[in-house]
Write a protein that binds this ligand. Structure first.
Ligand code: ADP
Ligand code: MG
Length: 238
């Protein structure tokens, strides 16, 4: 039984068919990457899965429950978490304060400090705990954002372009973080353009094109598929 399933999912914006009959099934425990040219509908699919958009038709099933009508906070309570493309950290607060805000209602005061320390270590931000989040490097901001997304120990983590703008070293370290989370039992769905990252982490890859599932397979199968190379022609991210 999949942890997450979209069944015949459609989303229209006016005359624009942005999500077109998407059937996607994620197994519990897998790392699944979603790729596709700009405008393919990847972020929209994330917003549908999280409940920020309601589908025009179709269903979303999470842990054997139809969640299509649930609000985002209800989905988060059931174990979903997301890191969107645009960082949503509080720049005028310290790194530690950002994590405190994300975690203070979920851990008793007696253990909150220790939980935050552990998370800071995982994020390689221990030395930056007292710095203003706005002063972090670009890559460190992304890590803090990932930290806020995983602070409530989700069952399913959605990452929208987690390595955008990162150096190759930061990208690789992010891949290690994702694999380590996965080893702790977190199922991951990640939108990514960086094929090195996809190769590092993905067990399966889905290609979205014009809102539809265009192909699905291992990274080797996807890279070898000439039809997929063709849809990227002329795109900024090849
Ligand atoms: P991707 O993340 O793959 O680059 P998006 O999901 O952001 O693609 O966008 C897919 C298409 O849907 C684009 O053509 C975009 O302009 C359109 N779109 C996304 N959100 C909206 C919206 N709220 N209203 C109208 N069109 C939208
Ligand atoms: Mg996007």
């Amino acid at each position: 039984m999949p942890l997450l399933e979209t069944r015949g999912l459609n989303k229209h914006f006016g005359g624009l068919h942005v999500t077109a009959d998407v059937n996607l099934a994620l197994d519990e425990g897998e790392i699944h990457c979603l790729i596709g040219p700009n405008g393919a509908g990847k972020s929209t699919l994330f917003r549908l899965i999280l409940g920020e958009y309601s589908p025009s038709s179709g269903h979303i099933v999470f842990a054997d429950e139809d969640i299509t009508a649930l609000k985002p906070f209800q989905r988060i309570r059931r174990g979903m978490s997301v890191k969107f493309q645009v960082p949503g950290i509080f720049k005028a607060l310290s790194v530690r304060q950002n994590l405190e805000i994300a975690m203070q209602h979920s851990y008793p005061p007696a253990t909150l400090g220790r939980e935050i320390d552990e998370l800071l270590q995982f994020l390689k931000l221990t030395a930056e705990a007292g710095q203003l989040a706005g002063n972090l490097s670009h890559g460190q901001k992304q890590w803090l954002e990932i930290g806020m997304a995983i602070s409530l120990k989700p069952r399913l983590l959605l990452l929208d372009e987690p390595t955008a703008g990162m150096s190759p070293e930061e990208t690789h370290a992010t891949g290690d973080m994702v694999k380590s989370l996965n080893a702790q039992g977190v199922t991951v769905l990640a939108v990514e353009h960086d094929m090195n990252f996809v190769r590092q982490v993905a067990q399966r890859v889905t290609v979205l094109h014009l809102g539809r599932v265009f192909a699905q397979g291992t990274i080797d199968e996807i890279v070898a598929d000439e039809r997929i190379a063709a849809i990227y022609l002329g795109q900024a991210h090849a």
